[in-house]
Design a protein around this ligand. Structure first.
Ligand code: ZN
Length: 243
């Protein structure tokens, strides 16, 4: 078991009855320091929290017991469900984020995140395809934990989906025709994203593609259905189909 420091947050309430815990949502704190982030996540006026915070030195704080509903995801959607605080466990991972100097996540920090995720997965029946980024479930509002987050490393240790050995065909020649974009929408939907119906624009397809790229194609985040993105999309959609 990981060593936890208990720093309870008032920003939580009871989970609704009859809803399973079947999602794990990962965030970065996006503040200048861990102390500032933890302070905010415990401030009643902020009305935000998470179940855990993992510091850059690998220290873990528990703010909210898993049985309670922490307020981390906000307006959110995945695989037909909305209001994902009801059914998820949220981990905040300390990093200044895009606003304050986004940097690589420390190796020790990632190892602890991995162990914590594995412990959570041992306690709850969470499908692999439901281990996602905040940006996956709120692409028009959020970009955390972002493209520097090591999803491949986590997946290599049994946490989340990552397609192995997919060639990257680069960024030239993005799909723009209606039939091609229909396939892109289909694949994004199969993975779990909320995608606007054909002809509608909310959320914009480019925004959803950027969220996909931050998670599964971090080499180039351009919001385009370029050849490199398409091969990853199809590969992740196939994996999501299986679990
Ligand atoms: Zn977040």
């Amino acid at each position: 078991m990981l060593q936890l420091r208990e720093l309870p947050s008032p920003n939580a309430d009871a989970r609704p009855a009859g809803v399973p815990i079947d999602m794990l949502i990962l965030h970065y704190t996006g503040m200048r320091s861990a102390q500032a982030a933890i302070g905010r996540l415990r401030d009643p006026a902020a009305r935000v929290s998470s179940h855990y915070v993992v510091d850059e030195d690998g220290g873990v704080v528990r703010l909210v017991p898993e049985a309670r509903r922490a307020w981390h995801a906000g307006a959110s959607w995945w695989r037909g469900n909305s209001g994902l605080n009801d059914r998820s466990i949220g981990i905040e991972i300390v990093n200044p984020g895009h606003e304050w100097g986004y940097r690589d996540f420390a190796a020790l920090q990632m190892a602890v995140v991995c162990d914590l995720c594995l412990e959570i997965l041992s306690r709850h029946s969470i499908p692999t395809r439901n281990i996602v980024a905040h940006s996956d479930v709120a692409p028009d509002r959020k970009e955390d934990p972002g493209e520097r987050f090591d999803w491949a490393g986590l997946a290599a240790n049994g946490v989340g989906l990552w397609p192995e050995g997919v060639a990257d065909f680069g960024t030239r020649g993005a799909v723009r025709d209606a039939a091609g974009l229909r396939g892109v929408r289909r694949a994004l939907t199969a993975i779990g994203y909320r995608v606007a119906a054909e002809g509608a624009s909310d959320p914009a397809l480019a925004t959803v593609l950027r969220a996909f790229q931050r998670h599964w194609r971090p080499e180039a985040i351009n919001g385009q259905a370029d050849p490199g993105t398409l091969t990853r999309l199809e590969a992740v959609a196939r994996l999501a189909d299986g679990g």
